[in-house]
Ligand binder design. Structure first.
Ligand SMILES: Nc1ncnc2c1ncn2[C@@H]1O[C@H](COP(=O)(O)OP(=O)(O)OP(=O)(O)O)[C@@H](O)[C@H]1O
Ligand code: SF4
Length: 288
């Protein structure tokens, strides 16, 4: 199924849905699965993974929302080439920005609310907490199969706000992203502890930047040591979702706001992402 990014339009929302929201005031009740993406360290590819998961689920025909709660370093809009979109308000709340014509992939980010994209957000904890609460209560997602939440690195106020505000929705859990180096793997231990303390199930660990895909022949070479994330998953008895190699073509697509999945179907990186998606579409809330 092809998805080309497009300049979004504001949908004329159904009267029935509007009335429903006015009375229920709850835009997450139509969301089937909520997945948080966490990393202990910055720059390990958390936003990249969140973006590719959202696109992959959309390719599977799912309705997907992608919420960027990285208030100080929002990068999701840039990865979709939607940097300069404005958010519109309807009586029920904020309308997310749609990536595709069918309006099955919606994104929301602080970046859409900034007058200048280069503005720095210098907020103390309570203001960040209030913003996240608003993101989780006021965005009109409509019915979604999956809401993917991209978080800032570490375990800060933002993470606690997300977890607290999602409590009553029984989120599926968190995907933890690491790179193979020992220092990044060590940081994931703290993420696992955070999940345990806040009772968020760990869906699994992804080892990103695990090997390098040659731009000439697509051969994958291990530049750093490999397997740290997998070993950690074994140690903590949590699922290992796979190694995602570093592919310069993915970097280029993200920089240019292009859909990697449509451009490079032979990349081992794409196959690794597809494996993660296969696991996620099998998520069933009723399993223990
Ligand atoms: N598997 C990959 N292949 C190619 N490039 C990648 C891969 N993973 C991440 N990148 C690139 O690495 C850079 C950092 O990735 P990203 O912004 O996703 O990290 P992050 O963990 O979300 O960072 P931050 O902590 O700043 O939010 C980006 O330029 C992205 O394009
Ligand atoms: S992997 Fe193959 S094509 Fe790529 S640089 Fe090495 S020898 Fe050349």
């Amino acid at each position: 199924m092809g998805i080309s990014f497009y300049a979004p339009v504001i949908e004329d929302y159904g009267v029935v849905y509007g009335i429903f929201c006015m009375f229920v005031g709850d835009h997450l009740s139509g969301v089937q699965h909520v997945i948080m993406v966490l990393s202990g360290k910055g720059g390990v590819g958390k936003s990249t993974v969140a973006t590719q998961i959202a696109l992959g689920l959309r390719h599977e025909g799912k309705r997907v929302g992608l919420l960027d709660v990285d208030l100080c370093g929002p990068s999701i809009p840039r990865m979709f080439n939607l940097d300069h979109q404005d958010i519109h308000q309807c009586p029920e709340g904020w309308l997310p920005v749609y990536v595709d014509k069918d309006q099955k992939l919606a994104i929301m980010s602080i970046s859409f609310l900034l007058e200048n994209q280069n503005d720095a957000i210098v907020w103390r904890g309570p203001k960040k907490t209030a913003m996240i609460k608003q993101f989780l209560s006021d965005v009109v997602w409509k019915d979604l199969d999956y809401l993917v939440i991209d978080t800032p690195p570490g375990t800060s106020d933002e993470h606690i706000s997300v977890v607290e505000n999602l409590k009553s929705y029984n989120p599926d859990g968190a995907i933890l992203v690491t790179t193979p180096q020992a220092v990044a793997v060590g940081d994931v231990r703290r993420e696992i502890t955070f999940c345990k303390k806040t009772h968020v199930p760990v869906i699994g660990i992804i080892e990103n930047m695990s090997g390098f895909v040659c731009p000439n022949c697509s051969e994958c070479t291990n530049v750093f040591s490999k397997g740290g994330g997998e070993a950690l998953a074994k140690e903590f008895h949590v699922p290992f979702l796979g190694h995602i190699p570093l592919d310069p073509k993915l970097t280029q697509c993200l920089d240019e706001g292009k859909n990697f999945m449509e451009h490079y179907d032979k990349s081992p990186t794409l196959h690794a992402i597809e494996k993660v998606i296969n696991t996620l579409v099998r998520i069933d809330r009723d399993l223990p």
